[in-house]
Design a protein around this ligand. Structure first.
Ligand code: NAP
Length: 246
């Protein structure tokens, strides 16, 4: 489905980003990806991606840093010739109720989860407009749609990503660029592994399908949105949450 395409994915050393990278590679795409610090996980992911017969390159890159992201986008384009798909997946949590949430923890989550995506879109929009083609996928969250106590920073960032998605869709549609978001519910990754058993049990109880999702559940939708089969979809947010937010 993605033969002769190259994807750039932020935060693909682990979790959902890694699953998206592997699913896209299985469908024939070359993969460039960014990671924050975990070099051994990044190198392992690179090897795994290459085992599907495609090219892969990992870039150490903090998405909160505007100039660093600009440099890495240039390097990735020069390494692969052209990038067709951008997946803004890198994200963190720093949960706490507003009463006790530190200002720095609010800023850090907004800077990573929302501004990081803006940085990447800003650096890729020129090349995408020039080639009159590009697909952008932003990984939001159902927290951004429904709110979640203890996640003021995270839900604000994820709601912001949905607004950003709609604006990018409208600004760039005439240039052949589409932009959509995926809003996962509770998915099994390192991010949710650190939640208490009590929190996980309560979450599963609230999910109509009565289980957490797998990273592949998100990756399959990302492959579809990146493919030509989805080329009349833009500005949309697709929930993949087992019915959590119906
Ligand atoms: P994860 O397992 O914690 O992985 C996070 C990834 O993001 C890692 O590759 C990490 O790199 C990278 N990263 C973190 N900060 C970064 C930065 N400043 N610059 C570049 N890369 C950075 O998280 P996940 O569960 O896969 O989540 C992926 C995305 O899905 C996030 O945006 C998250 O908010 C969203 N999401 C997840 C769930 C869920 O249930 N898991 C639900 C809804 C939405 P290192 O390996 O180098 O640290």
């Amino acid at each position: 489905m993605l033969k002769n395409k190259t994807a750039f994915i932020t935060g693909a050393s682990r979790g959902l980003g890694k699953a998206i990278a592997i699913a896209m590679a299985k469908n024939g795409a070359n993969i460039a990806f960014a990671y924050a610090s975990n070099q051994s996980a990044a190198l392992e992911t690179c090897e795994e991606i290459r085992s599907f017969g495609v090219e892969a390159e990992a870039f150490l890159c903090d998405v909160t840093d505007f100039s660093q992201t600009g440099e890495v986008v240039k390097q990735a384009i020069s390494r692969f010739g052209k990038i067709d798909i951008l997946v803004n997946n890198a994200g963190i949590t720093k949960d706490g109720l507003i009463f006790s949430m530190k200002e720095q923890d609010f800023d850090k989550v907004i800077d990573t989860n929302l501004k990081g995506a803006f940085h990447m879109i800003k650096h890729f929009c020129g090349p995408f407009m020039k080639q009159r083609q590009g697909t952008i996928i932003n990984i939001s969250s159902v927290s951004g749609l429904m709110g979640n106590p203890g996640q003021a920073n995270y839900s604000a960032a994820k709601a912001g990503l949905i607004g950003l998605t709609k604006t990018v869709a409208k600004e760039f549609a005439s240039r052949g660029i589409t932009c959509n978001a995926i809003a996962p519910g509770f998915i099994e990754t390192d991010m949710t592994a650190k939640l208490s058993e009590k929190t996980k049990e309560a979450a599963i109880e609230a999910i109509p399908l009565k289980r957490m999702g797998k990273p592949e559940d998100i990756a399959n939708i990302a492959v579809f949105l990146a493919s030509d089969q989805a080329n009349y979809i833009t500005g949309e947010t697709i929930k993949v949450d087992g019915g959590l937010y119906v």
